[in-house]
Design a protein around this ligand. Sequence first.
Ligand code: DON
Length: 568
Amino acid sequence: MIRYLILLLNVVAITGCGVKSGSSDQDTFEGRNITALHGMVVSAHPQSSRIGLLILQKGGNAIDAAVATEFALAVCGPEAGNIGGGGFMLIRTSDGTTDVIDYREKAPLLASRDMYLGTDGNVIEGLSTDTHLSAGVPGTVDGMIKVHAKYGKLNFKEVIQPAIDLARKGFPVTKGQARSLNDNKEYFINKNLKIPAFVKDSLWKEGDLLKQPDLAETLERIRDNGRDGFYSGKTAELILKEMIRGKGLISEQDLNEYKSVFRKPLTTDYKGFRIISVPLPSSGGILVAQILGMIDQYSIKEWGFHSVKSVHLIAEAERRAFADRAKYAGDPDFVNVPVAGLMNKKYLTGRFADFDENTASLSSEVGAGSPEGYESEETTHYSVVDQFGNAVAATTTLNNIFGSSIVVDGAGFLLNDQMDDFSVKPGVPNMYGLIGGEANAIAPGKRMLSSMTPSIVEKEGKLFLIAGSPGGSTIPTTVFQVIINVVDYNMNIKEAVDTGRFYHQWLPDRIYFEQNCLDSLTVKELMLMGHEMRSRPPIGSVNAIQIKLNGEIVGGADKRGDNVACGY
Ligand code: DON
């Protein structure tokens, strides 16, 4: 039945209102905005959402479904889904316990602070994004195995198998994928020894089958040998061979020693809601908490959605939060970060004391604050909830679209270019225009700072919202906007996800906004206040779930991508 359903759904266009199939209480729904009763997966590709749903319907819990979705994304979403990258997964179990698995990549042990600088001290362009040197030690496989061992209910083999089948049998590429694969064709050819599966003689068209036999074999080794199927044995040999070919730094020791870690989530309260998010080495949770903390005392609801006053307020809060990020944030295993101080409500009120309702501040004059307690455009997010009430929010990435575009020869997976998330040179912006400082300087075995923000919101102690997005430096402000859209502006989850977005990230000193997000009068008035305004292509691509008081589960899959919600 399920197989038939999947076949059927393959040929049914995804509609806004959803497609219903199945019978009685096992009715299955698929679309960008669906309602279901038992469980749901919202991810960036129809195939990965269907695989997650399949696992839920087999009786798996949200963690089983999340692990299956993550491996499926490594196959059907190679732009960002990965086994050669890393990410963060936030878990909230049905009894309200929360946990985070940090499977962020690490700098190889041979990495060094100035490894991307030439003899003149300047950054060598492309070295931290386009070469074997750009790859951090991958964390996804270790993370998935560890989180599954702790929380999974089904057998690991059962959870990874659908991804293996997808790689071997192939899947029809979406229109957007056909375009990005074609756009990247030259990179794939130039950077790889053999022509990888991502290249076709003719151009890709929507619906063409992408088969990845090498990747299927790598996933089989992981299925059969667990962690060793990736970090040792044949896969490790292939990675090391690839490093020798491209003069990369990842060594046998790096692979042996890589460990994902469980970390304590960050929480903050906002207007009666509890926001739970990920901690360092992602800056996402701190940023969301800081921005919410700074705007908390203002009635943005009364001021109106996307009004001059509220856009100005939010941009000013974001400017200050990102200035703090640049100075303080880095891998907590290497640097001391005053996390509690940065999130402290009193600190945030003081930090925002120079906010002027009528005039934009200047980033050059804002700088970072002085918190107390100084203790010693491609990523992918998915959200899952199961019939037991467990929830998962996970964001995973290779960094840039298709990472470094380098495929490990014979192993069929792409290497990340996550090293660019370090401050390659303090004061020099990375590919997202982010400026970093000492706290995020490169060091052997250190994790690069992230902006990924998988988040969960509780209302009156109950699971209420699961959300996250790709978008590099724009991720925290995107997640923040989804939260206020629901909390302050009473939008339903689909509206909250689809509506226009804007952001400020301290430097460059300007407000970026999506076309048609702000009306021309609002833009004009903000300019008069001193803001530089710049419109840009779509910001982020959210996959969210809202749990209503009556128990209904509502999916919000962003209109901006190939995102699909599947539920039953
Ligand atoms: O970890 C980070 O913050 C970035 N490497 C994420 C990259 C990203 O979201 C690209 N997507 N559009």
